[in-house]
Design a protein around this ligand. Structure first.
Ligand SMILES: NC(=O)C1=CN([C@@H]2O[C@H](COP(=O)(O)OP(=O)(O)OC[C@H]3O[C@@H](n4cnc5c(N)ncnc54)[C@H](OP(=O)(O)O)[C@@H]3O)[C@@H](O)[C@H]2O)C=CC1
Ligand SMILES: CC(C)(CO)C(=O)C(=O)O
Length: 287
């Protein structure tokens, strides 16, 4: 049977637990808190989508079980992933975080795969997840990567497996997130505002142009029109960074914006706008 171990029982971890369970996989979830483990054992995991509600039993522990085979899917945020870098299992590992700092750290590690998730999910407490938006799950398989035939093939029912460098795939999302997330978080507006206000759109364009100075080869993959389209398609959504700010949580700036500033610094390309956005948002949780 196809086995997957999902580490992290937050919004995406619970969504993927549901996705794999309903496709008949042997799923095991690793959560951080005993309280969440007990609730999941007692109540199962409930998935909500529109009017649809499904509850399934979950196999769950607070520590990574020994002797699990198959895929290990890491579903926590970047900051919580960093302490695990030195203790990753040997088998195939899949990372679905936004941003790119995890790729920068793990790119030379064997058996690591990287995906971007365009679905939206919101955890409703410890045992319920709301599927807020459908989208693609794109998994990068580099051209020169040794064949991981079985494991990648078995993911095809859920993921789009693309022959693309993981860095290019992740940068595509980083560009969109860098244009939209910091500005919406600072202005405290939903995504649509960035194309509804002339001045906000100009500011977003300036951020985009600065990103393209650092990543010129990405312009053809993510033209400015694509960023505008995401703002329009998600017009009423609050970006994840705006939600983090509303809830007083640390944002994902260190994996979304900071790696671009670093790439600029390495190539002597100034990034004053990104630097300013980074400083302003960082200051919010330094109080
Ligand atoms: N939510 C979404 O719609 C989307 C999210 N993403 C990306 O996916 C990543 C995860 O986001 P999301 O699911 O929303 O985040 P959440 O904050 O909802 O969930 C993260 C979960 O990881 C758990 N966790 C942290 N450290 C560990 C650990 N060492 N062992 C086990 N569990 C751990 C947390 O536990 P605890 O509950 O105890 O804090 C929490 O439940 C982010 O990079 C995000 O940007 C990408 C696309 C869409
Ligand atoms: C695409 C976007 C901006 C949608 O809100 C997103 O991924 C996020 O909020 O992090």
């Amino acid at each position: 049977m196809r086995q997957v171990t999902i580490i992290g029982g937050g919004s995406l971890g619970l969504l993927f637990t549901h996705f794999f369970t309903e496709r008949g996989w042997d799923v095991h979830l690793v959560v951080r808190r005993e309280e969440q483990r007990e609730s999941l054992i007692k109540e199962g995991l409930t998935y909500h989508r529109g009017g649809e509600v499904q509850t399934n039993a979950v196999s769950v522990t607070t520590a990574l079980p020994k002797n699990r085979e198959g895929l290990f899917l890491y579903a926590m945020k970047y900051d919580d992933l960093v302490p695990l870098f030195n203790n990753l299992p040997q088998g195939p590992k899949l990372f679905i975080q936004n941003g790119i700092a995890h790729y920068d750290a793990l790119q030379n590690e064997p058996n690591c795969f990287f995906a971007t998730v365009e679905h939206g999910a919101k955890r409703l407490g410890d045992v319920q997840v709301l599927h807020t938006g459908e989208g693609r799950i794109r998994l990068a398989r580099a051209k020169d990567e040794p064949k991981q035939g079985d494991i990648l093939q078995s993911l095809e029912e859920l993921f789009i497996i693309e022959t693309i460098e993981p860095e290019q795939l992740l940068l595509g999302k980083v560009i969109i997130n860098s244009c939209i997330n910091p500005l919406t978080a600072l202005l405290r507006v939903p995504n649509g505002h960035l194309v509804e206000s002339i001045s906000a759109e100009r500011a977003m364009r300036e951020v985009y142009d600065e990103l393209m100075n650092v990543l010129p080869s990405m312009k053809k993959h993510v033209p400015f029109e694509r960023v505008r389209a995401v703002c329009q398609q998600t017009a009423t959504n609050d970006s994840s960074m705006f939600v983090d700010v509303q809830q007083g949580r640390k944002t994902e700036l260190d994996t979304i914006v900071r790696p671009i500033i670093e790439r600029g610094r390495l190539n002597q390309i100034p990034t004053p706008r990104l630097h300013m956005l980074y400083q302003l948002l960082t200051s919010l949780h330094e109080r």
